[in-house]
Design a protein around this ligand. Structure first.
Ligand SMILES: [Zn+2]
Ligand SMILES: [Zn+2]
Length: 361
């Protein structure tokens, strides 16, 4: 089968690799499409999550790897001992893997499993024609009424659902979401659908327009922490809950300045490294800092699928295009790295030779 294979920093090759065989407890999924995100881009550029040189303790993977953790497709083959799936039926997954045995897993918090791993980050993923997936993390798409292209958005939506749950704002509360990109857009929708009022902030006017179409009631276009702080001061809006989705120095600075005394700051964006924060203000404002990592497969994935199926047409502007597998570097990952991606989300369709428009309905 054809697959994109990561061999090292800035070295992803489109190759013919042996057809994967599902082992006991796994299903083989024929990939409909796979979305790419900032994590794929930073790994391509040389971050070191992929288990290239060391064996991953949970997945056992070591060596060149097929990326892709945001995928959906149809059941191609069912491994021994797997029940409940029929060949050719559409399925979704959050791609999250957990050990089930550590204290966090026992407490139901599988998103902070000591060995947390992701299909496509720690074992072969969806930038291929076929991908092996443990059956217990796969859900049938039909009961949700989820279309094929919308189903591909399940993983990032599940991350957003998890972040919304961690922040747990009250219905009717007005929150600030800093960053309306690859996760922020989904988070805005998840919050709005839960009855939370959202003011979105971003550098880009186009993203704020999409944010509005996903339910944001207000928008602040700002490129720096100072601009955002000044704009919020002018408006008099003092949010009790802020979701920081950029993982940037500017975003954290703005968030700590913006959040109300006694408020809650949910850090969704993953910072590239340590960033300096105004700890004095965290103390004197008695802020609550809330981390949120990835997703809980059994809870967040079904909820994500339900949300995506609710108004599929809204996702057209978020992910308008699907590109062929052999364009993933030039038209997908590199533009994302260089900050010139044309849309919030880009799909890669291993079955097409030419770019196609997505069909969310
Ligand atoms: Zn992702
Ligand atoms: Zn665990």
């Amino acid at each position: 089968m054809r697959a994109a294979v990561y061999h090292g920093p800035r070295d992803i090759r489109i190759e013919d690799v042996p057809r994967p065989r599902p082992v006991a407890g796994e299903v083989l999924v024929r990939v409909h499409a796979n979305g790419i995100c900032g994590t794929d881009a930073s790994e391509y550029a040389g971050a070191q999550m992929y288990p290239l040189a060391h064996r991953h303790p949970l997945t056992g993977h070591q060596g060149p790897m097929i990326p892709g953790h945001e995928f959906a497709g149809t059941i191609e083959e069912v491994g021994d001992g797997v029940e409940g799936f029929r060949e050719s039926e559409p399925v979704v997954t959050g791609a999250a893997l957990w050990c089930g045995e550590c204290p966090q897993c026992r407490a139901g918090r599988t998103s902070i499993c000591a060995m947390y791993a992701t299909v496509g980050l720690h074992r072969d993923g969806g930038l291929a024609e076929l991908v092996r997936v443990p059956a217990h993390i796969v859900f049938r798409a039909a009961p949700f009424g989820l279309g094929a292209d919308a189903a591909v958005l399940t993983q990032p939506m599940a991350i957003a659902v998890h972040a919304a749950r961690r922040g747990a704002p009250a219905a009717g509360e007005t929150v600030l979401v800093i960053g309306a990109g690859g996760i922020g857009a989904f988070l805005i929708y998840a919050l709005a659908q839960a009855g939370v009022r959202v003011i979105a902030s971003d550098v880009a006017a186009e993203r704020l327009a999409v944010a509005a179409s996903l339910g944001a009631e207000g928008a602040v276009q700002a490129g720096t922490a100072a601009e955002l702080t000044a704009a919020l001061q002018r408006s008099g809006f003092v949010p009790a809950t802020v979701f920081e989705v950029t993982g940037s120095d500017a975003g954290m600075t703005a968030a700590i300045a913006a959040v109300a005394a006694g408020g809650r700051l949910v850090t969704v964006g993953i910072a590239k490294g340590p960033i300096a924060i105004d700890a004095r203000r965290v103390t004197t404002k008695e802020l609550t800092l809330i981390g949120t990592n990835a997703l809980i497969g059994r809870e967040d994935v079904p909820e994500a699928a339900r949300l995506l199926a609710r108004e599929p047409e809204r996702w057209q502007a978020v992910a308008p295009r699907a590109i062929p597998l052999d364009r993933v570097i030039a038209d997908g990952i590199v533009p994302m790295l260089e900050g010139r991606a044309q849309s919030i989300k880009l799909l890669v369709d291993p079955t097409v030779r030419r770019e196609r428009r997505t069909a969310m309905r």
